[in-house]
Design a protein around this ligand. Structure first.
Ligand SMILES: Cc1cc2nc3c(=O)[nH]c(=O)nc-3n(C[C@H](O)[C@H](O)[C@H](O)COP(=O)(O)O)c2cc1C
Length: 340
């Protein structure tokens, strides 16, 4: 079986990925981004140890709808045996389109136990983990890396080659080191170098904040796909814009404030329907409310109100109230243009 996502990577148009993002790239957001043109989505990272222990909270992170496909489940851990067991378990239980291994997470709690980007200090371990996962699943195994652990170990080409040799089918590079965290600019020249050195498809990631950025990344690096994380926050239509930019077509208009709020409410409804506890769903949704209202006139006050909501109904009423108030403002006020 050739999975549809591997076919996408061999096709004419550069596939757009919604990045794995803990607490953000959950099923409701993944579905929304697919509607706006993301071609591939990846779950937030889940711990192999949690999967192996059958931890219910961990397993809850892995639920997805068929309409999200092609989807990868991302796992992390430093123990090849646990990683292989987790890869086999997610394959049998959830049947995603691929299994992605996280070698990029910079969070202290994860790195301390050698997970995520912690593995980048030991490339033999990276190879052993990938091999163990490849043996354990019939699905493609992909890897997501940073450029190194720190400046001293910065060598994305060597890391990428190790991943390829060990059997990774696709490599995603976020060209910063763990030590960089999110500072400075992502070094797209490193994406170009890795693309040049590897035979497997290379997905570029880092600092794509607009459709134009997506096009620039493809043109400057020759990457086979583009992954977007922070640029999607409160802006799932970035995928539509990126698709147009990649095709050399005129960019679609940004949504009006009304449309932006409709998208936000649709997202919130999906989030409430997906979670078992609607209040918890809304508390966790507050960050999205903040992102969807970024840059609006009077946005600070609006966000203060939105950050208190505990129900969908409250959020709808606040957004409706904002529109009412601002619709009555004289024509030509800042409100007319959609913020970016
Ligand atoms: C809130 C948040 C959560 C993230 N969680 C994950 C994760 O679970 N797995 C992962 O591989 N990367 C994770 N990342 C990193 C992103 O996938 C991506 O590599 C990074 O943000 C750079 O891309 P960007 O410039 O488009 O944001 C996360 C990033 C953010 C902002």
């Amino acid at each position: 079986m050739t999975s549809s996502f591997l076919q996408l990577l061999r096709g004419e148009s550069t596939p757009l990925y919604l990045a794995p993002q803990a607490g953000v790239s959950e099923s409701p957001f993944r579905r929304l981004c697919r509607e706006f043109g993301a071609d591939v989505v990846v779950t937030e990272f889940v711990s192999a140890e949690g999967i192996v222990r059958g931890n219910q909270r961990t397993l809850d992170y892995l639920r997805f709808d068929d309409e999200e496909r092609p989807i990868g489940i991302q796992i992390f851990g430093a123990d090849p045996a646990a990683m292989s067991e987790a890869a086999a378990f997610v394959t049998d239980t959830f049947a995603p389109d691929f299994v992605d291994i996280n070698f990029g997470c910079p969070v202290k709690k994860v790195v301390k136990r050698n997970g995520g980007s912690g593995c980048l200090r030991d490339l033999d371990l990276v190879g052993r983990i990938i091999r163990a996962c490849v043996r354990a699943t019939s699905l493609p195994v992909t890897a997501k890396i940073r450029s190194g652990f720190d400046e001293a170990t910065r060598d994305p080409v060597a890391i990428g080659l190790r991943c390829q040799e060990a059997g990774a089918t696709v490599l995603t590079l976020h060209p910063r080191t763990r030590a960089d965290m999110y500072s400075g600019n992502a070094r797209w020249d490193e994406i170009a170098a890795v693309k040049e050195a590897l035979d497997i498809p290379v997905i570029g990631n880092g600092d794509v904040r607009s459709g134009g950025d997506a096009r620039r990344m493809r043109d400057e690096t020759g990457c086979d796909g583009i992954m977007i994380a922070r640029g999607s926050h409160g802006d799932p239509w970035i995928f539509k814009e990126a698709r147009a930019a990649l095709a050399g077509e005129p960019l679609p208009d940004s949504p009006s404030v009304e449309e932006r709020f409709q998208i936000c409410i649709q997202h919130a409804r999906n989030a409430v329907a997906f979670e078992h506890d609607p209040q918890k769903a809304m508390r966790e949704f507050r960050k999205h409310l903040g992102w969807y209202t970024k840059g609006l006139p009077g946005g600070k006050h609006l966000r203060q109100e939105l950050f208190q909501v505990t129900s969908l109904h409250e959020a709808e009423a606040i957004l409706e109230g904002y529109l009412e108030q601002h619709r009555s403002e004289p024509e030509g006020s800042e409100f007319v243009g959609a913020p970016r």
